[in-house]
Write a protein that binds this ligand. Structure first.
Ligand SMILES: CC(C)(COP(=O)(O)OP(=O)(O)OC[C@H]1O[C@@H](n2cnc3c(N)ncnc32)[C@H](O)[C@@H]1OP(=O)(O)O)[C@@H](O)C(=O)NCCC(=O)NCCS
Length: 166
């Protein structure tokens, strides 16, 4: 399978906006997330939020499957040594063929290459399937929090980038 993840330039972001929104659409529906209540959800993300994140140093990646844009993810250095993986998403028509797994592995490699010690993610605490998926990739559950504007608890997971399994 030929998958290539490229770090996006500011000029490429607009092309990925609809990919992020479409990839998260089912999540918004499943959780019945209203736009005004959940600015963090990828399904409602606006160009200005993407640009703001880009300009404050968030690294954004487009993933191309056989040359066609199929997924998106972003990595942010949130504390020295700690990267956060966010908005990892694969378009529905490209799912369940290992693209998401390759993207997670690529994110792990990128975080490690840039000196990361830990890679963290935040996701809906009741999404058992997704939690299991990240567990299969070596992440461990580190806690649950409630965030303003998000009507569901958020689970935090982390991966030790230099742990015995890596
Ligand atoms: C989670 C996601 C990135 C997986 O992408 P993918 O390319 O299908 O991943 P893989 O092919 O490597 O793995 C498939 C596995 O993902 C797991 N999975 C997790 N969440 C899933 C979902 N919402 N739908 C389908 N499979 C899901 C299943 O275990 C599936 O295994 P199966 O095919 O045996 O059922 C993709 O489903 C997605 O974009 N979901 C919506 C956005 C999202 O929730 N992102 C996570 C933000 S933290």
């Amino acid at each position: 399978m030929s998958l290539k993840c490229i770090q996006l330039t500011e000029g490429q972001l607009l092309g990925y906006l609809s990919i992020i929104r479409r990839s998260f659409q089912a999540v918004a529906k499943e959780y019945n997330l209203p736009e005004e209540n959940c600015l963090a959800s990828g399904s409602f993300i606006k160009m200005d939020q993407l640009l703001t994140d880009f300009r404050r140093g968030v690294r954004m990646y487009g993933c191309l499957y056989e040359g066609t844009a199929a997924g998106y993810m972003q990595l942010e250095l949130t504390e020295p040594g700690r990267f956060t993986l966010d908005k990892l998403a694969v378009l529905p028509e490209f799912r369940r063929q290992g693209i998401g797994t390759q993207m997670v592995n690529h994110a792990i490699d990128l975080a490690r290459t840039h000196g990361g010690i830990e890679l963290t993610i935040a996701l809906f605490a009741n999404d058992d399937r997704l939690i299991q998926w990240y567990t299969n990739h070596g992440f461990v559950h580190t806690g649950v929090v409630n965030r303003p504007g998000i009507p569901f608890p958020i689970a935090h997971m982390a991966l030790d980038l230099h742990g015995p399994s890596r």
